[in-house]
Design a protein around this ligand. Structure first.
Ligand code: HEM
Length: 483
């Protein structure tokens, strides 16, 4: 606890924090009551814009430990030795709800990890799903508009959601996943995480590998049924957030076993699925998940606003040995996050304690801007300079990849077994009978709320394309609900 007398922002002692100053007893309030004016003005500015997506979340610090030698694949220093440990900060989130929304809802969960490495912060901004609804960043704002509040009704509308999904058949795989049992995790501790995109790893010799990250929960997968979630969301809107904090307070540190699927660069061109299409997984039979580490969360933030609300994660934060792939979604995200941070937290967001590097220091010539703390003192602020400032290394973080052809609005290339339905159908056929029944009931409950029959038919058509039995059952279930 802070000691000493209560003060104003400028540090002067406060005599009375209960009664504002008036002209006479019972008279009007005086402008000279600087404490009152300062308190009201500061209070009015307590909120910053919430994240446009993933507004609601919870975070914790922890440790990543390397458990396998991956130096044949990447030269990233934090992965260079078995047993090596790196501090992390992980923020979990839901996607569509606003800051005050309930946790126990059917929605993907964000799984954003910041590795504070000695070569700079590496952010892996993933979800609890291995795939996504769309495969091109240009569709993201439209997609999110359909998930958020309708401009006229002010509520999420089934019509908008299913209009967009039915007109975007590439969403069928992710929607099948989301309305299955894993669509409502019981807590942030009881779900897996994924980097989702394909990323580049490159080794000391400059060889390139494409990788996908997997974080397997050591707590075991636990989900809520739609009925359980409805009750919990009402009773305890903060269920996920509380569960995480209390588990860490009890010393029950949640952990995840970290693995990667690794594809040699030469495989990519002829792989049966486009490896850079975010609506597809790489079946484990093609590329097995190799265990590389352990992630443990063991420390709660002390101040939610400073450390969770103001935390920033960017898919563009790479370190030497790791880089982007040509996945069009990822490429769009490389711009979107830094831009969001500059708007939401400000140009000096990177300087905040939760965001700045912890195992090295940032040495840039960028200066000033709102809330600049003057950390650089009188140092020169340009490069090249002959006064001994920081210098470029001459070595790129990642290796170049070949491109061919003219510029254009090219769709994502299709490989031999690619179409929008094949992996959704495979997922459906993997489910037990009881899982299929719950999936169909969950989907039908939502589709039945759509007001236009043509949207309903188009939506069901996508699931029929994935699997005839899936489509048939869904049609019957929707018909029954709509009467
Ligand atoms: C092109 C598509 C996408 C765009 C333009 C986009 C954009 C954004 C933006 C603007 C934010 C808010 C950032 C902030 O205010 O700090 C955000 C948050 C987030 N996004 Fe995306 N997103 C996209 C796709 C995805 C995908 C595919 C995933 C996961 C695989 C994902 C995972 C997340 C997570 C986990 C957060 C929350 C990060 C945090 O905890 O601060 N997003 N996204």
């Amino acid at each position: 606890m802070t000691q000493g007398p209560l003060t104003t922002e400028a540090g002067a002692p406060v005599a009375d924090n209960q009664n504002s100053e008036t002209a006479g007893v019972g008279g009007p309030v005086l402008v000279q009551d600087q404490l009152l004016l300062e308190k009201l003005a500061h209070f009015n500015r307590e909120r910053i814009p919430e994240r446009v997506v993933h507004a609601r979340g919870a975070g914790a610090y922890g440790t990543f430990t390397v458990t396998a030698d991956v130096t044949p694949y990447t030269r990233a220093a934090f992965l260079s030795e078995v047993g090596k440990q790196t501090e992390v900060f992980l923020r979990f989130s839901t996607v569509a709800g606003n800051l005050g929304a309930a946790d126990a809802v059917r929605d993907p969960r964000g799984f954003a990890v910041k590795f504070y490495t000695e070569e700079g912060n590496y952010d892996l901004v993933g979800n609890n799903t291995p795939v996504f609804f769309i495969r091109d960043a240009i569709k993201f704002p439209d997609f999110i508009h359909t998930q958020k509040r309708d401009p006229y009704t002010g509520s999420q509308e089934a019509d908008n959601v299913w209009d967009f999904w039915s007109l975007s058949p590439e969403s069928t795989h992710q929607v099948t996943w989301l309305f299955g049992d894993r669509g409502i995790p019981a807590s942030y501790r009881h779900m897996d995480g994924f980097g989702s995109h394909t990323f580049q790893w490159n080794n000391e010799a400059g060889e390139v590998f494409w990788v996908k990250y997997h974080f397997k929960t050591d707590q075991g997968i636990k989900n809520l049924t739609a009925e359980e979630a409805e009750i919990l969301a009402g009773k305890d809107p903060d269920s996920h957030q509380r569960d995480l904090r209390e588990a860490i307070e009890r010393g029950e540190f949640p952990s995840w076993t970290v693995g990667v699927q690794i594809m040699p660069a030469a495989d990519a061109a002829t792989y049966r699925f486009n490896p850079f299409d975010l609506t597809k997984v790489w079946p484990h039979a093609d590329y097995p998940v190799i265990e590389i580490g352990k992630l443990e969360l063991n420390r709660n933030p002390r101040n939610i606003f400073a450390e969770v609300e103001q935390s920033i994660f960017s898919p563009a934060h790479f370190v030497p040995g790791i880089g982007p792939s040509p996945d069009k979604m990822l490429q769009g995200r490389l711009f979107a996050y830094g831009d969001a941070h500059r708007y939401r937290v400000g140009i000096n967001a990177d300087h905040l304690p939760v965001n700045r590097p912890h195992a090295t220091e940032a040495r840039t010539n960028s200066r000033d801007g709102f809330l600049y703390d003057g950390r650089h003192g009188g140092e020169k602020n340009y490069e090249p300079n002959s006064f001994g400032g920081p210098q470029q290394t001459g070595r790129a973080l990642w290796q170049p990849f070949d491109v061919s052809g003219g510029t254009g609005n090219h769709p994502t290339p299709v490989h031999a077994e690619d179409n929008d339905f094949v992996q959704a159908g495979n997922l459906y056929r993997l489910m037990t009978e009881a899982e299929k029944e719950r999936l169909v009931a969950n989907l039908a409950g939502f589709i039945a709320k759509v007001t236009r029959q043509d949207i309903v038919e188009r939506a069901i058509g996508n699931f029929r394309n994935a699997d005839a039995d899936f489509g048939k059952r869904l049609e019957a279930a929707v018909q029954e609900l709509r009467g």
